[in-house]
Write a protein of this length. Structure first.
Length: 255
């Protein structure tokens, strides 16, 4: 598949920025002693498992045959539990495995998808810490950490949706805002609400440790069903609206 030069440049830039984001996360926010901490390693492994599970349950949506999953929930929870560096590494590993083994896509799509998720997580993690959010496996101060986490969520979806919308707009030669509206629309509020579950995942891990995996799997399946229903309703509404417009145009071609 021939890639336009502008699109190729954007994908290369995204990959470079994502690599730089991971490097900077480790430089500014990583304590090497964490690699010797069994609790930190266990939390990272469990969150990686949840992220991969969320990816397996991804939905195929209509915009360009793309997919959407709830992997941002464990990835944002990783920001709270293992910090920006750990969350960035988790996103890189999870997305790389998913793109290589779970999805059949052109190589440039795999590279870009991995890069934009890593960049989104790294940016969210950096914002969370810069706004005085604390990272801990043993406690979660809701009153102090929730406001910076809200800012982190906004940052995540801003980077994620804008980068994806820009690439699609370049590929399809459409205005970026129109692409963003078609791709996200009202679902951005649903995604934002779902991302708040990352706080629940973090709280569950603080209270129950590795048992979070068992406690989280069933709700993830429920959310996957809810997510799918929301997409199907939106697509149905769009189809009905297009049918309604075509019916009016057929009756009155001068409308």
């Amino acid at each position: 598949m021939q890639i336009p030069d502008e699109l190729r440049s954007v994908i290369i830039l995204a990959a470079v920025l994502a690599t730089g984001a991971v490097v900077l996360s480790f430089y500014f926010f990583f304590d090497p002693r964490s690699l010797l901490d069994p609790d930190w390693l266990t939390a990272s492994a469990i969150l990686l498992g949840l992220s991969l599970l969320s990816t397996v349950m991804a939905l195929r949506i209509s915009e360009g045959g793309s997919t959407s999953s709830l992997d941002f929930v464990p990835q944002l929870a990783a920001v709270l539990l293992v910090g920006p560096a750990g969350a960035s590494a988790l996103a890189l590993i999870s997305e790389s495995i998913s793109e290589v083994f779970f999805y059949k896509k052109p190589r440039f799509k795999k590279i870009f998808n991995t890069a934009q998720v890593v960049l989104s997580v790294a940016a969210a993690g950096a914002v969370y810490v810069l706004f005085d959010g604390t990272v801990s496996l043993t406690e979660f101060d809701f009153a102090n950490n929730f406001p910076p986490f809200i800012v982190a969520i906004i940052t995540y979806f801003a980077v994620n949706t804008v980068s994806v919308s820009y690439v699609i707009s370049v590929a399809e030669n459409k205005p970026i805002f129109d692409t963003w509206r078609e791709m996200s629309g009202s679902l951005i509020f649903f995604d934002f609400a779902m991302s708040l579950l990352a706080v629940g995942v973090a709280l569950l891990y603080v209270e129950f440790g590795w048992m979070i995996l068992v406690l989280t799997v069933i709700p993830l399946f429920g959310l996957r069903y809810s997510y799918g229903t929301t997409y199907e309703l939106r697509d149905l509404n769009d189809d009905l609206l297009r049918l309604f417009v075509k019916t009016i145009e057929a009756q009155d071609p001068y409308t």
